[in-house]
Design a protein around this ligand. Structure first.
Ligand SMILES: [Zn+2]
Length: 300
């Protein structure tokens, strides 16, 4: 885990899941942005801050995915921190079983899905963020970035945006093949919003800090456009027979040569593919019928 200085008062811990850090002018207050996958990740980050005599007084969690707040309970148990998070996401952070539950269509999730990647330890939220400026003790702006998660927020400090999973760094984009999203329309709107911002640089949740973020964001947009086109093509090719929701997911996984290792990973891809399907239904480019006991989608 590398501690990287970006700009005055802005840092991040580069890891499989990045942890951001900002410190105020007189170095009396410091805020972690996300907490890593588990206690050991948070521990490492805090050890480093202590070595550099940097404070930790605040914790901001961008969205309720276990890999971003898995280390937060450890921080709350061991340090006095004021914890801020977006609404809705905070409900999942208080009741983390919601994550495997929604991924598993609302059922009680299989025990194997109740792992550290899908269900983090529960945390307390002290303050709900809203979009806009947040003056004391940090001069930051909270930015609404939905699409990857329902109510994800980023933090803008001194021209540096901690963008959470609104986009992926180039080095991780290829690896994901079909990046996780819950809403394709909002995801694209968020990417456009990022592109229109005039900033010094952005830190993604996964990947390196980028100054030339336009290129990185365009790469993300291209990936999403490609997936959206493939979903639509698959439905068009199926013609009047249509394609069942489950088969559509299967065909996408096969086209992208993805073999999920377990049901938990499968549900992540299913959710992402379903997001594009919902977009087609909402835009009336497709419709569905219940046929032979299953929902089947047709192009319009
Ligand atoms: Zn995420």
């Amino acid at each position: 885990m590398e501690f990287i200085h970006i700009a005055s008062g802005c840092y991040y811990f580069k890891s499989a899941v990045n942890i951001g850090y900002i410190v105020n002018g007189d170095k009396s207050k410091g805020m972690l942005i996300d907490a890593g996958l588990e206690a050991s990740s948070a521990k490492k980050a805090i050890k480093h801050l202590k070595e550099e005599n940097l404070p930790i007084t605040h914790l901001f969690i961008t969205h309720a995915h276990a890999d971003h707040f898995g280390g937060a309970q450890y921080i709350q148990k061991n340090y006095k921190v004021h914890t801020i998070a977006p609404s809705l996401e905070e409900a999942v952070m208080r009741y983390p079983v919601f994550e495997p539950m929604y991924l598993f269509h609302g059922n009680s999730p299989l025990q194997e899905m109740r792992n550290k990647f899908l269900e983090a330890p529960s945390i307390r939220i002290d303050e709900i963020c809203t979009e806009g400026d947040w003056e004391e003790p940090f001069s930051v702006e909270f930015i609404h970035l939905p699409g990857h998660s329902h109510n994800q927020f980023g933090v803008l400090s001194d021209g540096i945006l901690y963008a959470a999973d609104a986009f992926l760094g180039d080095d991780v984009l290829d690896k994901h093949k079909i990046p996780f999203i819950v809403d394709a329309t909002e995801n694209l709107a968020t990417l456009n919003k990022l592109k229109a911002m005039n900033l010094k640089g952005m830190v993604p949740g996964h990947g390196y800090y980028v100054k030339d973020y336009n290129l990185a964001i365009q790469n993300n947009m291209d990936v999403h456009e490609n997936i959206a086109n493939k979903v639509y093509e698959t439905i068009v090719i199926a013609g009047t027979k249509g394609v069942s929701f489950e088969t559509l997911v299967a065909q996408m996984l096969m086209q992208y040569e993805i073999t999920p290792l377990n049901i938990g990973m499968y549900t992540l891809f299913r959710t992402a593919v379903t997001a594009y399907m919902i977009q087609l239904l909402e835009e009336e480019k497709a419709e569905y019928k219940i046929q032979e006991g299953r929902p089947v989608i047709f192009s319009v």
